[in-house]
Design a protein around this ligand. Structure first.
Ligand SMILES: Nc1ncnc2c1ncn2[C@@H]1O[C@H](COP(=O)(O)OP(=O)(O)OP(=O)(O)O)[C@@H](O)[C@H]1O
Ligand SMILES: [Mg+2]
Length: 363
């Protein structure tokens, strides 16, 4: 296999349960995610669907009441001498992961920059910290690298900013600093967990643009977690749609946007704001995600699904294959199922989006 299409992260059949005083919460149920070098994979789904927990597992930072009951998380990287290595993160202890993975080979950008920055430390120190800890980089060299990182993420007066504390920066600038910290050790994989939700719309667009640019320039792989399909359209090569701890549809970006098969994906796409639909008319998926404390038989989405079949209440649908790269877990794809098309309004909307995309050319 050539370096270019090498798989760097392979999550296989991951199952996670949390112990709570109310009982076990089966939060992640058989999740598979594949990520290849240089690509961007989005994980999209409503609040509580398991996006963050999945990625925390990959970084070895699950809460102490979590138990991984099944699965593997294979991460591939190169040692300093160039020799390749693949490890199952789940078999490693926290100390090993901190030493060899976190911040060094996998870096994470969280939703709220304030929680990931130390208010008592200058931003310069915070950018230099990882380089000094992981690579014993001499201080002067770490300083110079930090200054160039600040420039790379679009911060002016970088030398002066090095001495600032987080509260002296705007929200957008703080998120840029968090990205600079994440890039400081040259990671192979950047995980962005809702990196723009705390920011206003114009700043959001700039941060998304920044992440795309550094990804292209550095050739790193990115996992982008969001509940916003509008963001997904701008960043992703592949999309995983999550619902109640399961991947319910996955495919290439065009397959998910122009030929979605799962009624939940139809709902998410219909609920996506765009320029042509005013907010009042915007669709919302009825009901709310299930309480994972009370597992029920059948498809977890059935109670909210107006296309649900009788079998949905009895058995969880398997992943049906649509193309080599496109899969969806809905009984509607069973050969015995009645033929059901997506709502006409959504079909029209997707057609319009497709036309706009070809008119303007998605980079
Ligand atoms: N430490 C914990 N103890 C118990 N339950 C937890 C814990 N952490 C997460 N969960 C549960 O796991 C499920 C998935 O949570 P997760 O944070 O991954 O959701 P998410 O998709 O990232 O949502 P959001 O969009 O709100 O960030 C939720 O039902 C949540 O309540
Ligand atoms: Mg989350």
């Amino acid at each position: 296999m050539s370096e270019e299409n090498k798989e760097i992260l392979k999550i296989n059949n991951l199952d996670i349960t949390f112990r709570t005083t109310a009982g076990p919460v089966h939060a992640i149920r058989g999740v598979d995610i594949d990520l290849f070098k240089g690509e961007t994979v989005a994980i999209v789904g409503e609040s509580g669907s398991g996006k963050s927990v999945t990625m925390k597992a990959a970084m070895g930072i699950l809460a102490s009441n979590a138990t991984v009951t099944n699965g593997t998380i294979e991460f591939s990287y190169h040692h300093a001498d160039g020799s390749p290595e693949t490890v199952d993160i789940l078999t490693k202890n926290k100390k090993w992961i901190r030493r060899h993975i976190n911040g060094k080979r996998i870096a994470m950008v969280f939703q709220d920059p304030m929680t990931s920055l130390d208010p008592t430390m200058t931003i310069g120190k915070q950018i230099m910290e990882g380089m000094i800890w992981h690579f014993k980089t001499p201080k002067k060299e770490a300083w110079d690298k930090a200054v160039s990182l600040l420039k790379e993420v679009g911060i002016e007066d970088a030398e002066k900013r090095m001495k600032n504390y987080p509260h002296q920066l705007s929200g957008g600038m703080r998120q840029r600093v968090v990205i600079a910290i994440a890039l400081a050790c040259n990671p192979d994989l950047l995980i962005c967990d809702e990196p723009t939700t705390a920011l206003d719309v114009t700043i959001q667009a700039k941060i998304i643009e920044l992440i795309r640019r550094v990804q292209k320039e550095r050739g790193i792989s990115v996992i982008y977690i969001t509940h916003d399909l509008g963001v997904v359209a701008k960043v992703a090569d592949y999309v995983n749609v999550m619902y109640a701890g399961k991947i319910v549809e996955k495919g290439k970006i065009d397959e998910i946007f122009y030929d979605p098969k799962h009624p939940y994906t139809w709902g998410l796409l219909s609920a996506m704001p765009d320029l042509d639909t005013d907010d009042e008319r915007l669709y919302t998926i009825p009901g709310s995600p299930p309480n994972l404390l009370h597992e029920k038989a059948g498809d977890a989405f059935a109670p909210r699904n107006r296309y649900a079949l009788e079998i949905d209440d009895k058995a969880d649908p398997p992943m049906f294959q649509v193309t080599d790269t496109h899969y969806a877990a809905t009984w509607l794809l069973d050969p015995r199922a009645p033929k059901v098309e997506m709502p006409k309004e959504l079909a029209d909307r997707l057609k319009r989006m497709k036309k706009e995309a070809s008119d303007y050319g998605r980079e």
